[in-house]
Design a binder for this molecule. Structure first.
Ligand code: HXC
Length: 259
């Protein structure tokens, strides 16, 4: 049904693949609209899927927003384009589900931003990260000026954005932009294993932890700790908390019901 993306569910994990390999998966308007639709109509309503893997078909993760499309846009459409990208990134970032970016190659501009909207980034040794926008006469426009400094610190973010310095996978790991680097052939098995391990945990606990981290990072420590207390209590009132603790005491694996 989609022309530029693929979406499938395997073993309770969603796999969203940007599938425009001829243009290195560049995020044209149609791709962004399809991702947006998939998030709303397939991913959000699916209560069986708690973890979604985002990756790219072919040799790129995503090489950025579509430069050819942007080149022809009238001035007034610039705003709509950045708004659309932000809407998609915000939906991923604020989703109660966990998104893992499996970064298989170029993650430049909007591609780096898409990976940063995800909760966890696992990279192939072939991955390359960067925000080259200033060389095109624009700022990053899908959240890069905000999410990159939150992940790697202000100095490194300015180094990457102001000087348009790309970083290879090993450097991305060193600065904390990615959480693990693996050989290319091990990328999807590694991500699949990680996705399944998260999906096996109590969904409410994973969701509340994600929200406490996200919302807490946008506020002061005291307010963030109050958010944690509220999230903790919601988990404490859940059936899955009873199951998780009973399973530990009874020396068996828990069976969570998302209740
Ligand atoms: C449109 C792109 C593209 C992009 C690659 N292609 N990146 N098309 N937008 N971002 C297309 C090329 O035009 C080419 O099409 C095909 O993909 C293969 O790319 P090549 O350049 O031939 O491959 P290679 O020599 O291996 O170089 C790979 C690359 C280079 C280093 C990734 O393609 C590149 O620099 N791409 C642009 C990266 C970039 O600047 N990204 C940021 C975009 S701005 P043809 O038809 O010739 O085969 C951005 C802003 C976000 O993301 C916010 C907006 C609001």
């Amino acid at each position: 049904m989609y022309e530029n993306i693929l979406y499938e569910v395997k073993d309770h994990v969603g796999y969203l693949t940007i599938n425009r390999p001829k243009a290195l998966n560049a995020l044209c308007t149609a791709v962004l609209e399809e991702i947006d639709d998939c998030l709303d109509t397939k991913i959000a309503p699916d209560n069986d899927v708690h973890v979604v893997v985002v990756t790219g078909a072919g040799r790129a993760f995503v090489a950025g927003a579509d430069i050819s499309e942007m080149q022809t846009k009238p001035v007034l459409e610039g705003h709509d384009y950045t708004e659309l990208g932000h809407k998609v990134m915000d939906k991923i970032d604020n989703s109660p589900k966990v998104f893992i970016a499996a970064v298989n190659g170029f993650a430049l501009g909007g591609g780096c931003e898409l990976s940063m909207a995800c909760d966890i980034r696992i990279a192939s040794e072939k991955a390359l990260f960067g925000q080259p926008e200033v060389g095109l006469g624009i700022t990053p426009g899908f959240g890069g000026t905000q999410r990159l400094p939150r992940l790697v610190g202000k100095g490194m973010a300015k180094y990457m954005i102001l000087a348009a310095k790309n970083v290879k996978a090993d450097e991305a790991l060193r600065i904390g932009l990615v959480q693990q680097v693996v050989p290319a052939e091990e990328l999807m098995p590694t991500v699949e294993k990680l996705a399944k391990s998260i999906a096996a945990k109590a969904p409410i606990a994973v969701q509340q932890s994600k929200m406490a981290i996200n919302n807490g990072m946008n506020t002061d420590l005291r307010t963030g700790c109050r958010l944690e207390i509220e999230g903790f209590q919601q988990c404490f009132a859940s059936e899955d908390r009873v199951e998780g603790m009973s399973a530990f005491v009874e020396k068996r694996d828990p069976v969570f019901q998302n209740k």
